[in-house]
Design a protein around this ligand. Structure first.
Ligand SMILES: [Mn+2]
Length: 369
């Protein structure tokens, strides 16, 4: 089957799933990044259009809202939020989801884009048992089973934005036809999808042919996406980088760096610093960690394909860890662990806590236990 036919079948299945299930749909963003934002905003627009075209549905109604877990820490995300005015349509999950659930009770249905697992540590625990109706994701490893009553499209690809663009373009001729009288909205959606593809494929260096094709087609409608690289880095980033360089310990090809206790708005620094450190000559595995909101967050990077990062992390940090292999064979992942001693952690015991956590992470990483 060609890719076009495959996309068309998925589009049709998605339309049927929607038709059979009127209600209040919530897009869940496990982690804000340009790909999650682009694919969510664009798919929401597509689904609003699809459901508005339903006829003979009586009183049935469809509506869509978007929630994100965690924060919008990375300045790149903050710039995208501001430039495309996303703050009014994408809300903080902790605040808005309980309100949606309480006012729509059994009607609430879930959509996952750019992630495919309700067990994701970043999503709240009360969602564990929920079965989303629609998933569009480019990461392997979902624990959810596909079925006739849902539309799950999970495929190894450069970005989720590519998949959403294919659904819009092949399924509904959305950019050429549906949006032809709304050039401003068309440009915004094309920008957001192009940003998602561009950033998730590491500036178009690692994507597949389909990611490249989608990005090129979007070029006809988008404006510019300078926000991808043109954003200011806050002073706290440089302070955290300095801490990482001062605290890093290296044994053989493994490097562990610690940022200590940091504020949640700086949490993205952990991953950004891991990306820098993995470039150090002779290093093939990096763990950068920090204590954020009472939890230990670890960001891992690996470049040794004979030592798959997901297995390496799972054998040390268990099910609270995860990793994916990028198309260029790099491992990207991390772990989120409870400190589990809340009562004992106060401002004056923090240093001991950081040293305890650091000791344990180093012995796990360097294999002395
Ligand atoms: Mn993605």
């Amino acid at each position: 089957m060609s890719n076009k036919e495959d996309v068309m079948l998925r589009y049709q299945k998605m339309v049927e799933v929607l038709r059979k299930n009127p209600g209040k749909y919530v897009f869940l963003i496990a982690q804000v990044d340009p790909d999650a934002l682009g694919s969510t905003v664009a798919l929401k627009e597509l689904l609003e259009y699809v459901t508005s075209e339903f006829e003979d549905v009586g009183d049935a109604k469809w509506s869509f809202s978007c929630c994100y877990a965690g924060g919008i820490g990375h300045p790149q995300n903050r710039c995208i939020f501001t430039k495309y005015n996303l703050g009014t349509s994408i809300r903080l999950l902790e605040e808005s989801l309980p309100l949606i659930i309480s006012s729509h009770a059994n009607e609430v249905k879930y959509i996952l884009v750019d992630s495919s697992d309700m067990l994701d540590q970043r999503l709240p625990e009360f969602l564990r048992e929920e079965r989303p109706l629609i998933i569009v994701d480019h990461h392997r490893g979902s624990t959810l089973e596909d079925g006739d009553d849902v539309m799950y499209w999970i495929e190894d690809l450069g970005s989720a934005s590519t998949m959403v663009f294919e659904l819009m373009h092949e399924g509904a001729n959305f950019f050429d036809d549906i949006l032809r009288n709304r050039p401003e909205r068309r440009e915004q959606l094309a920008d957001l999808l192009a940003l998602g593809i561009y950033i998730d494929t590491h500036d178009m260096r690692t994507g597949s042919r389909r990611d490249l094709a989608a990005f090129n087609l979007l070029g006809e409608w988008r404006s510019n996406i300078h926000v991808a690289t043109d954003y200011p880095l806050p002073p706290s980033y440089f302070a955290n980088l300095r801490t990482a360089l001062e605290t890093m310990r290296r044994e053989d090809h493994i490097l562990v760096a610690n940022l200590g206790v940091i504020e949640s708005r700086c949490a993205d620094d952990i991953a950004v610093i891991s990306d820098e450190l993995i470039r150090m000559e002779g290093v093939s595995l990096v763990l950068t960690w920090a204590v954020v909101d009472g939890k230990v967050r670890i960001s891992a990077r690996g470049t040794n394909l004979s030592n798959p990062l997901d297995e390496w992390l799972a054998s040390r940090f268990g099910e609270r860890s995860g990793a994916k292999i990028t198309p260029t064979g790099k491992g990207e992942g991390g772990a989120l662990l409870d400190v589990g001693m809340d009562f004992w952690v106060t401002a004056d015991t923090t240093n001991e806590l950081v040293s305890l956590v650091g000791k344990r992470i180093c012995s796990l990483a360097f294999g002395s236990d």
